[in-house]
Write a protein that binds this ligand. Structure first.
Ligand code: CTP
Length: 412
């Protein structure tokens, strides 16, 4: 919860009912460690008070270019020079038009115009009625703002305050918070397609019961988020878990190992990186009863025969080796003991260049973990940290490796 530590964000509010969401966004930014300087237009002040935003940001709000608090009388210069980013949320249709025209007759548009464009990015969260959003003038302005170097964060869809339903709502505060955090992450996997398996599998015994395991899917979901933040296009094949899909990630839900294999094989065709974090059940019941298996009164337990499930990682890695070998495969090893020895054996057995080891019982369901990265040359430890932090470190490591791999191919 400190993903924005050290960042100073100018949060600009313009006139729109979505200003009520900006209060929550401000709180979220502060909770993540950012310092937030709120600047409001006259229109924004019609929807929410400066006092509310001051209390949430713990700083006086600026509303006028004639603010006498700045000794040099230049709040537009001072505020824009201090910022690591300017985030306009909500950004009204009118304010977008003003930005496009380079207008500067009030503080917020003035400081956007005055900002050093190379070092202070401008992030825009539009908010308006669906007809205003769909209007060619707005769409033209959006395209022009993107061409001028602004980052457009998109809009939500659904019920609008005016009673209509459609596109144009401001994104929810947690979505904007995620996008702001993601914006600051280095784009180490830009242009790459990453495929991840996560969670347990569920192997049905009858319509009521089945065998599964304690995997929560948290590590795989954290890697999906980290890869998406690093600029990759991410497909996440998930077993039965109760986790929210990371923003911007394409999720394919499956139950059994065989379903997971099928979904993974289909996605692997176009992937550059495959990371197998799923705790796939090694065996499944040989027969799946069509109806609930009932007690027969004899006191004898039924005999259940198991058959081995396909090894998804080994299958995909074999396929990658048989073709061009362009797919970089990463395995996970959940062990209860002798991590290094087991991980070494698994690296060889699965035929993959990188294996990530962790102690299963210490990782399952937890928000933090510690990892051991093992390749043909040796092992490197990633000390205990949150799963998201470890996921970011792993993504950086993989990005380095596929960069190095590309160079090797190029020089061969
Ligand atoms: N894996 C897989 N398909 C399976 C079993 C495992 O894709 N049927 C993948 C896991 O996602 C993980 C790696 O293989 O990336 C190792 O999984 P793990 O359960 O630790 O090992 P197993 O191969 O099952 O070996 P063992 O049961 O001997 O520990």
């Amino acid at each position: 919860m400190n993903d924005l530590a050290g960042k100073h964000i100018v949060l600009g509010l313009t006139g729109g009912i979505a200003c009520y969401k900006a209060a929550q966004l401000c709180r979220g930014l502060v909770k993540e460690g950012a310092t937030v300087q709120v600047v409001m237009t006259e229109g924004a002040e019609q929807f929410i008070t400066a006092v509310t935003m001051q209390a949430l940001s713990n700083r006086p709000v600026y509303t006028s270019q004639w603010d006498a608090r700045e000794p040099n009388g230049m709040p537009h210069i001072n505020l824009s020079r201090e910022a690591d980013a300017i985030l306009i949320a909500p950004c009204s249709a009118d304010f977008m038009a003003r930005l496009v025209q380079g207008r500067s007759d009030e503080l917020l548009s003035l400081l956007c115009l005055a900002r050093p464009r190379d070092t202070v990015p401008l992030l825009i969260a539009p908010a308006m009625n669906r007809e205003m959003w769909a209007h060619p003038a707005t769409q033209r302005n959006m395209a022009q703002l993107a061409a001028d170097g602004a980052t457009l964060l998109g809009v939500g869809s659904g019920w609008q305050a005016c009673g209509e339903t459609g596109d144009g709502r401001m994104l929810e505060p947690d979505q904007l918070l995620h996008d702001t955090i993601a914006f600051f992450q280095p784009k180490l996997l830009a242009g790459k397609r990453v495929l991840i398996t996560a969670g347990p599998t569920f192997e049905a015994l009858d319509p009521i019961r089945g065998i599964t395991n304690h995997s929560s899917g948290k590590m795989g979901f954290a890697i999906a988020r980290a890869a998406q933040e690093a600029g990759a296009e991410v497909a996440l094949v998930a077993g039965p878990v109760a986790l929210a899909t990371p923003r911007g990630v394409r999720r394919i839900d499956v139950q059994s190992a065989r379903q997971m294999l099928q979904a993974t094989e289909a996605q692997a065709q176009s992937a550059h990186v495959f990371i197998a974090t799923a705790a796939v059940a090694d065996w499944r019941p040989a027969e799946q009863a069509g109806q609930k298996i009932k007690k027969d009164g004899s006191g004898d337990a039924p005999t259940i025969r198991f058959v081995e499930n396909p090894d998804i990682l080994a299958t995909i890695a074999r396929g990658a080796r048989a073709t061009s070998g362009a797919l970089f495969c990463v395995g996970f090893a959940a062990e209860s003991h002798d991590l290094l020895a087991h991980a070494k054996a698994k690296l060889a057995r699965k035929g993959i260049p990188l294996l990530v080891g962790n102690i299963g019982p210490a990782a399952f369901g937890q928000d933090d973990n510690q990892l051991l990265l093992l390749d043909a040359h040796g092992a490197r430890e990633l000390p205990r940290a949150s799963k998201l932090e470890l996921a970011r470190q792993l993504v950086a490591d993989i990005a380095r490796r596929i960069g190095a791999q590309r160079q090797q191919h190029a020089s061969a």
